[in-house]
Design a protein around this ligand. Structure first.
Ligand SMILES: NC(=O)C1=CN([C@@H]2O[C@H](COP(=O)(O)OP(=O)(O)OC[C@H]3O[C@@H](n4cnc5c(N)ncnc54)[C@H](O)[C@@H]3O)[C@@H](O)[C@H]2O)C=CC1
Ligand SMILES: O=C(O)[C@H]1O[C@H](OP(=O)(O)OP(=O)(O)OC[C@H]2O[C@@H](n3ccc(=O)[nH]c3=O)[C@H](O)[C@@H]2O)[C@H](O)[C@@H](O)[C@@H]1O
Length: 432
């Protein structure tokens, strides 16, 4: 099939390359000319395990193309996926849909035959209805179908998540589009993915409900970890004990820093905004947002306690600064508030991240980047393990840290507290 992905970011590029790998002809379009220029040279704009190889393979065999010419790409395609950003609006908690509507307007001027227009971007309920109105002004109803097909991939696991999804959600009542899309996804269905055809509005809501539920699960375990710290109980035991109940499930029960990333924070806010618009009250999600917003301050307080409130000139080393491991994405990482707060209190921060130096810290005084784990930890008073990269899982702290009185605050619980105690390392973790 001939596909066009508009927006070549985490979702557009990953799903575009995976669709091309499944045998489709795919054009990935972006308005960022530099991104397209680089992609044509084989330079991948994001860090995502396995993505480079897959892009190069499919670019070479000409099933995958990159373009900045939206009109031309639409004319050549049968199925158009809108994959542009839907960030939070500047002065409200609603989703800013300007990128989606701008693209919809552009597409509507280039319809030469029947095309399926899909929102893969996460968009609030009724966005599909609005896109349909935009199209109806320019094109005969017979020539287009607006469908919701939300994406559930995670950064860092994106290719695997795309190829082996738990479910594929198609929101449309149009039988013709449903048949075409079921066919498009048939290689994934044959690998075990469940295929759900529902209404467009339901598909839009399934996406927000899923992200809000996962954010709730994390926040639930994070709050319980606060209790565990006071009662000499290990949160890991609680996660295991709860997770073995199949109704609960063990995934997304890892306590840690505030959840971050480009989606949970923005999507929880957006679903609350939608519920406000329709005069209902999603009080559970509201309280999740509040609790998560408060989490970085709670963890900072723990850092102060660990350092006996003596922060001035303390050398604090952050291992990992992105919002999770296996990604270079800094969007809404809890570090973005924790590091400046510690600097304000007089700490000297250095950090190492496997995906390299982060521009966002360049202008902050007393924040420096180390080229590797070894140089990052050597002089530290406190080492904060902020993300769970494999690179951090078997560090020889005894050999690597030259400062005798160093402490470790493992925000991802990747080490065994018992083993650390045996080695007489001053080790602190979450929820124990
Ligand atoms: N990042 C993730 O893991 C996931 C994201 N989503 C959703 O997918 C959507 C996209 O997210 P990301 O891929 O992370 O965003 P992103 O910011 O990485 O990429 C969006 C791309 O769209 C391009 N763009 C914007 N306007 C354009 C236009 N008029 N023409 C062509 N290109 C245009 C931008 O230049 C950018 O490259 C969002 O709604 C997000 O909530 C859904 C599931 C997973
Ligand atoms: O809509 C989206 O963009 C995506 O949002 C999340 O994916 P992502 O943000 O890439 O990463 P997650 O693995 O979900 O992690 C999000 C945050 O939760 C934290 N987390 C996750 C799991 C856990 O047990 N504990 C925990 O603290 C992570 O460290 C991270 O800060 C969802 O998992 C995807 O299904 C969804 O498609």
């Amino acid at each position: 099939m001939k596909l066009c992905m508009i927006g070549t970011g985490y979702v557009g590029l990953v799903s575009g390359v995976c669709f091309s790998d499944l045998g489709n002809d795919v054009i990935c379009v972006d308005k960022d000319l530099n991104k397209i220029k680089n992609l044509k040279k084989g330079i991948i704009p994001i860090y995502e395990p396995g993505l480079d190889e897959l892009v190069l393979k499919n670019f070479k065999n000409k099933r995958l193309k990159f373009s900045s010419n939206l009109k031309d790409s639409i004319l050549k395609s049968d199925i158009i996926f809108i994959c542009v950003g839907t960030p939070t609006k500047k002065n409200s908690s609603a989703a800013d849909l300007s990128q989606v509507y701008n693209v919809a307007k552009e597409i509507s001027t280039s319809i030469n035959k029947f095309k399926i227009i899909i929102t893969k971007s996460t968009v609030p309920v009724t966005t599909g209805d609005e896109i349909e109105k935009i199209f109806s002004k320019k094109v005969s109803k017979k020539l287009f179908s607006v469908v919701s097909n939300p994406e559930f991939l995670r950064e860092g696991e994106a290719i695997r998540d795309f190829i082996y999804p738990d479910r594929i959600v198609i929101g449309t009542k149009d039988k013709r589009s449903n048949k075409i899309l079921k066919n498009l996804y048939s290689p994934l269905i044959s690998k075990g993915a469940k295929y759900i055809n529902t209404s467009r509005r339901a598909a839009e809501l399934i996406k927000y409900a899923s992200n809000a539920f996962l954010a709730t699960k994390i926040t639930f375990i994070n709050e319980l970890s606060n209790l565990c710290e006071k009662i000499d109980v290990n949160i890991e035991d609680i996660s295991i004990g709860m997770g073995l109940d199949k109704r609960i499930g063990s995934r997304f029960l890892r306590a840690g820093p505030a959840y971050g990333g480009s989606c949970f924070p923005k999507d929880t806010k957006a679903i609350v905004s939608t519920s406000d618009k329709f005069k209902t009250n999603l009080s559970v999600i509201k309280s999740v947002i509040k609790s998560n917003n408060n989490r970085s301050s709670l963890l900072l307080k723990r850092v102060f306690d660990i350092l006996n409130n003596n922060i001035q000139n303390k050398r604090i080393c952050f291992l990992g600064v992105t919002f999770k491991a296996n990604t270079d994405d800094m969007r809404d990482s809890s570090c973005l508030s924790m590091i400046p707060s510690l600097v304000k209190k007089g700490a000297k921060i250095n950090y190492f991240d496997p995906t390299g130096k982060k521009n966002v810290f360049n202008k902050i005084k007393n924040v420096t980047f180390s080229n590797d784990v070894k140089s990052a930890i050597t002089k530290a008073d406190l080492i904060i393990i902020h993300t769970e990269w494999n690179d951090f899982k078997s560090i020889n702290f005894k050999k690597g840290v030259k400062n005798k009185n160093y402490k470790i605050f493992d925000m991802r619980n990747i080490y065994s507290a018992k083993k650390m105690k045996e080695q007489k390392i001053k080790y602190f973790a979450i929820g124990c």
